[in-house]
Write a protein that binds this ligand. Structure first.
Ligand SMILES: Nc1nc2c(ncn2[C@@H]2O[C@H](COP(=O)(O)OP(=O)(O)OP(=O)(O)O)[C@@H](O)[C@H]2O)c(=O)[nH]1
Ligand SMILES: [Mg+2]
Length: 194
């Protein structure tokens, strides 16, 4: 698949702000600073479509991007950063849960995990929650450029083991810096987004 067109379609904090049609959606979820917005920019080839920041907590709303007029990629706010105040954190849970539970055409949730680290308790909780609600989930390991090639397989194994993935479930390593993993991820998105 080639992404020819990508545009911001809606920004919401509550369900009444979500786009109101039955277009398929692919959501990007994960810890703050893991690289969700960067991955969206990488996939769409648009460096500044979603705002990226070295400071965690950049994306604090649910941002819907219309892709090729065919489906949406939904950039969710990140969780798990101590510096973000408690009220924001509590709000996060409600905001994201409401979205994840209520979308009939949520065809895939891409869970992003930093390739350098063992998934956090919150990553594991979210993954189990997604399973419980029988949402189709794909794990992506971000910032693959930050570790050596030799360390990649071992780190991917730690992610797989922490999340309890079965052998049939893949983890796609990506790098927004080196621009790797795009084709594999786009193929996975294409297979569900129609
Ligand atoms: N080296 C490297 N840095 C990356 C990569 N992806 C993202 N980053 C950096 O990581 C930081 C956070 O990236 P964002 O895309 O804003 O992360 P986010 O998950 O959207 O964060 P929130 O909006 O806070 O939830 C930025 O400084 C990015 O430049 C990558 O593949 N490689
Ligand atoms: Mg973001």
């Amino acid at each position: 698949m080639i992404i020819k067109k990508a545009e911001l379609a809606a920004i919401a904090v509550r369900a009444n702000g979500y786009p109101n049609d039955d277009m398929p959606e692919i959501a990007f979820a994960g810890r703050s600073n893991v690289g969700k917005s960067s991955l969206l920019n990488l996939l769409t080839g648009r460096r500044r479509l979603a705002k990226v920041s070295g400071n965690p907590g950049k994306t604090r709303t649910i941002n819907f991007y219309l892709i090729n007029d065919e489906f949406r990629i939904v950039d969710l706010p990140g969780y798990g950063y101590a510096k973000i105040s408690k009220s924001v954190t509590e709000n996060w849970g409600e905001m994201v849960e409401t979205y994840l539970k209520g979308r009939k055409r949520l065809v895939l949730v891409v869970l992003l995990a930093d390739i350098r680290h063992k998934p956090s308790e919150q990553d594991i909780q979210l993954f189990e929650w997604l399973r419980h609600y029988e949402l189709n989930t794909l794990v992506v390991a971000t910032k693959a450029d930050k570790i050596s090639r030799g360390a990649t397989a071992g780190n991917l194994r730690i992610i797989r083991e922490s999340l309890g993935l079965s052998p049939s479930e893949t983890v796609i390593p990506v790098s927004a810096l080196k621009r790797t993993g795009v084709e594999e991820l786009l193929a996975a998105i294409e297979s569900v987004a129609r």
